[in-house]
Unconditional design. Structure first.
Length: 916
């Protein structure tokens, strides 16, 4: 191995000495790589001519229009795809590019396209890109730059192989052909591979490679043919905004050196410059530019047409480029850039081999021929990365009309078409068609987008772990303790193992008697930062690095069963807590919510909030309240107000949605965020009432405190808003406690709970319990692409009065549904399910699990997923109940029972406190 390395470094040294002359002449940033370019790059070379000053002055001044419906800033993959899809929807946008099309990151992309992803929305977006490519081909009669050379995923161990098998199963419903291969079978497809160096592989023949310049040409030509405009050499210097009387800020235009364009809609598709552009508009996004690179080998005879390779365990990819191989990957120490100069165009950086060398061993082990092959050129360019390795899309919650399609994390070619399609619909129809929450810029709170240290840490970790196995339960080590709720220290003392959601620490599960602290992020020892000597938290996370039941499966089970049999205490403090007030608060609430919220004071209602297409934007509880005695739990206000509580992970999204609708409809109402002023303790289970009665003098009987109501109570001298509610299907109460009283109430509950078997329980137990009961979880089995009727939530959609999305709800009510949410129980007791498993009815593929858990009551895995009719007919109760079901997990099918409603306490007796 040493010998190999020496040879490699010699080759590299020779190469680097060649490039130094170029570097010396042009400072650190170089505008040309070595002159040896393969045929693919010849075309690019022609495009990336750097203009001399004299040439620059001879460029004709572009003429910009005075007005545009939509202005797109940036002529890379993101901007051009958006331009095309907007044109297809009948909107002729104007694309402004500061230099030439593709001159940012797009021109030097590796352009690989994969179809399999551990996420159904990603898969659908990739499908959107393929659809765009096919559409372009049909329109132009020419291939818009897609080569279908197939893709291989290489596994070096059994766990990775299991992950791949999971992907193959997940891809089935979406029609993705994929095969599990032995090393020998893989070698037949890729003769240069050493079959002894890995465990197995999967092959996905529909994967391929995108030529960026051909694609961008085709997209812009087609869009221009439909009336859109592209203006090159036209930088945007300023985003013009205005503020109305209610402090709503909106976009009114852009300024260029050639004039101002008035517009109400700007799409920021400026790649690595998107962050600075957002700042120009007075808003922030968590986008971190980094250097990202691949090297190109000298020609190797016989590589033409071979599939692309992703070796996740080696953090490496290999792609054929003409008769050479391109090798790139994700390093533990990527170079993070403060910014990229404004005039950087068709530029590259000198490759830093101290970063790239990390790939050498893995690549020569997998393809030994690379030991003796030199490096012809290196391509190291700027690319944008984000804290969760997902793009930033959608409208800025603080600036109306300012949209994003940026932050593509080295995947902007493959997601370009799908995301272009969605952003066009987002702009024109108000919302995307797909469930874009994990792409929506509103998945980050204002605190997160403002904090560059947080974004930096998290983006580094997301980059370094990009090829790590995606386990069902994992948590980041970076950016932790960003937001701690009032109970944090008390819970840590009681053994909480924290997980992170929307910047908050929340208890995942408990190890009583142990204290698990999360140390500051050590960048995994990169950049010379000292590695944490001890990280118990990281060691605990590793126990979840399995596709089997983890070691602490039964510990979580004991929390869940304590809730079913005695009592459990959940900390829900990070949930969103909002007051909706104002002269038209009732009108606003009626329009926002599907359920009847015009109820008597202190009545709590579970409801959905929809978009106009009937998609579920949020689910929450809404309580009509009257003016109180003052303080955060019992505020003073005029007229009527509502107290809204939304799940923590989606609380900012919920807030932004409600806020946007109120603004657009012009209701005289406002929403106040009280999230950080109160903690929430939820006490659930048959003994919950006894415990509460011990610490207050209130009567918690059904008569005095019925289900779905709220009241202000006194707990040991602290004023608390109490609710009779349950997210787990038990007799239970939620206490919303002003921060200063939280510790006292917590200690009182824990003390009183001792003799009633009260146990602290985390979110892992809570999700298992809620799934067991058949409740919904927004962002998994209830999403923007689901209608409440499909989700079995018709009962929260009122038949009278108007509300946002009602037409779409009524349509399905009258005409029936083509898909329906169904609850499943696996008959087998020993197989875990994690979500994305395929659902078969009478041997036909009808859906996949959106969400899966383990039921500790039934001792088997359970899940929920939407099923369709194989003939495209309506899905009826009879259809659901008459079939024979199987769930496929990792390539193996298991018999399952299907239920329209969960079999757990179907009459809701436990909610009523009836345990007889
Ligand atoms: C080494 C490497 C390998 C990669 N491999 C792959 C891969 O295999 N598969 C894949 O899918 N993706 C890959 N990518 C990622 C992919 O290439 C990018 O995600 C994609 O090209 C980004 O496109 P974009 O439109 O967001 O940005 P860009 O292409 O950078 O476009 C942004 C444009 O905005 C313009 N602009 C900026 N500011 C202004 C302004 N004020 N006014 C006017 N114009 C402005 C810029 O000039 C630029 O042209 C790779 C990237 C790198 C670096």
């Amino acid at each position: 191995m040493t010998k190999i390395k020496t040879f490699w470094i010699n080759t590299v040294d020779q190469y680097c000495s060649g490039i130094k002359t170029v570097t010396n002449e042009t400072t650190r940033m170089i505008r040309t790589t070595k002159s040896k370019l393969s045929p693919w790059n010849v075309q690019l070379k022609a495009r990336r001519k750097v203009l001399t000053k004299a040439e620059e002055t001879t460029i004709p001044r572009p003429t910009v229009p005075e007005f545009a419906d939509v202005v797109i800033i940036g002529g890379g993959s993101a901007g051009c795809n958006a331009l095309y899809h907007l044109a297809k929807l009948g909107t002729n946008a104007i694309l402004l590019e500061k230099s030439k099309l593709t001159s940012g990151t797009t021109w030097h992309t590796a352009g690989m396209f994969w179809r399999l992803r551990p996420n159904d929305v990603d898969i659908q977006l990739l499908d959107g890109t393929l659809r765009t490519i096919k559409q372009l081909e049909e329109e132009t009669g020419e291939n818009p730059g897609f080569i279908q050379n197939g893709g291989l995923f290489i596994a070096h161990n059994e766990t990775r192989m299991n992950e791949y098998k999971r992907l193959v199963t997940a891809g089935k419903y979406f029609g993705i052909e994929a095969h599990v291969l032995t090393p020998e079978e893989t070698k037949k497809l890729y003769p240069f591979i050493d079959e002894k160096s890995f465990t197995g592989a999967i092959y996905s023949p529909q994967d391929g490679t995108i030529d960026p310049s051909i694609l961008v040409d085709a997209l812009t030509k087609s869009a221009k043919g439909l009336g859109s405009k592209v203006i090159e050499n036209c930088p945007v210097h300023k985003i013009i905004t205005q503020e109305n009387d209610c402090s709503w800020k909106s976009v009114t235009g852009v300024e260029t050196p050639y004039g101002t364009i008035r517009t109400k809609c700007v799409l920021n598709a400026a790649g690595v410059w998107a962050g600075s552009l957002a700042k120009l508009a007075g808003v922030n996004i968590p986008l971190i530019p980094m250097k990202h690179a691949y090297v190109v080998s000298e020609p190797i005879e016989g590589v033409q047409g071979l599939p692309n390779i992703r070796d996740h365990d080696g953090s490496l990819y290999i792609k054929v480029q003409g008769s050479s191989l391109q090798i790139g990957g994700y390093e533990p120490n990527p170079i993070i850039l403060k910014s990229v100069p404004r005039d950087f165009s068709f530029g590259l950086y000198e490759l830093d081999w101290t970063v790239f060398n990390t790939h050498v061993n893995a690549m020569v082990e997998l393809v030994p021929k690379l030991k003796t092959t030199g490096i012809k050129s290196t391509v190291c360019g700027p690319e944008s990365f984000t804290p969760d390795h997902k793009p930033l899309m959608g409208e800025d919650p603080k600036l109306s009309g300012f949209f994003y399609s940026c932050g593509y994390n080295s995947a902007g070619m493959m997601y370009g078409g799908g995301c272009g399609e969605q952003i066009a619909s987002w702009i024109i129809n108000g919302r995307p068609e797909k469930h874009m929450f994990s792409y929506d810029v509103r998945r980050f709170t204002s605190d997160q987008v403002r904090d560059s240290v947080w974004a930096n840490e998290r983006s580094h970790e997301a980059y370094a772990k990009n090829y790590s196995t995606v386990f069902p339960h994992d948590s980041p080590l970076s950016g932790r303790n960003f937001k701690k709720d009032v109970f944090h220290n008390l819970l840590i003392k009681n053994g909480a193992v924290m997980e992170e959601a929307q910047g908050w620490e929340r208890p995942g599960w408990y190890q009583p008697g142990k204290i698990t602290l999360i140390p500051p992020y050590d960048y995994y020892g990169a950049y010379g930062s000292p590695k944490n000597k001890r990280n118990d938290y990281a060691e605990i996370l590793k126990k979840d690095y399995t596709f089997d039941f983890p070691e602490h499966h039964d510990v979580i089970g004991s929390e869940a069963l304590s809730c079913r049999n005695k009592a459990a205490l959940f900390d829900l403090s990070y949930f969103g807590k909002y007051y909706l007030c104002g002269a038209q608060s009732q009108e606003a609430a009626n329009y926002l919510f599907t359920a009847n919220v015009d109820r008597e004071v202190n009545r709590t209602v579970y409801t959905c909030a929809l978009n106009k297409h009937g998609g579920v934007e949020a689910d929450c509880t809404v309580t009509s309240i009257e003016a109180g005695s003052g303080g955060v739990a019992d505020p003073i206000f005029q007229r009527k107000a509502f107290y809204i509580v939304a799940g923590g992970m989606s609380s900012y999204h919920t807030f932004a949605h409600l806020h946007r609708v109120i603004r657009k409809k012009g209701f005289e109402a406002t929403i106040h965020d009280a999230t950080e002023t109160m903690g929430i303790l939820s006490i659930q289970g048959p003994n919950s009432r006894y415990i509460l009665e011990e610490i207050t003098d209130k009567d918690f009987s059904d008569k005095e405190f019925p289900f779905s109501t709220s009241k202000i109570i006194d707990v040991k001298g602290c004023l608390v808003r109490a609710f009779r509610l349950s997210f787990v299907g038990e007799l239970g109460y939620e206490l919303h406690i002003p921060s200063q009283s939280c510790e006292k109430v917590f200690n009182s509950l824990m003390e009183a709970g001792k003799e009633h078997g009260l146990k602290l329980a985390g979110f892992r137990a809570m999700y298992s319990l809620s799934c067991e009961k058949g409740y919904h979880l927004w962002n998994s089995d209830l999403r923007i692409d689901d209608n409440p009727i499909e989700a079995g939530l018709g009962f929260v959609c009122r038949r009278y009065g108007d509300y946002n999305g009602k037409k779409a709800v009524n349509n399905l009510r009258v005409n029936g549904v083509k898909r329906k949410l169904v609850h499943f129980h696996l008959k087998d007791k020993n197989t875990p399910l994690w979500g994305l498993e395929a659902i078969y009815r009478d041997d036909k593929l009808v859906g996949y699990l959106r969400r899966a858990e383990y039921s500790y009551v039934y001792s088997n895995s359970i899940g929920q997923g939407y099923i369709t009719h194989p003939l495209g007919e309506n899905v009826t109760k009879n259809f659901i109940e008459s079939g024979k079901y199987e769930i496929e997990s990792m390539g193996k099918r298991y018999p399952a029972r299907a239920y329209l409603h969960s079999p757990f306490d179907p009459e809701n007796k436990r909610l009523q406190g009836n345990y007889n």
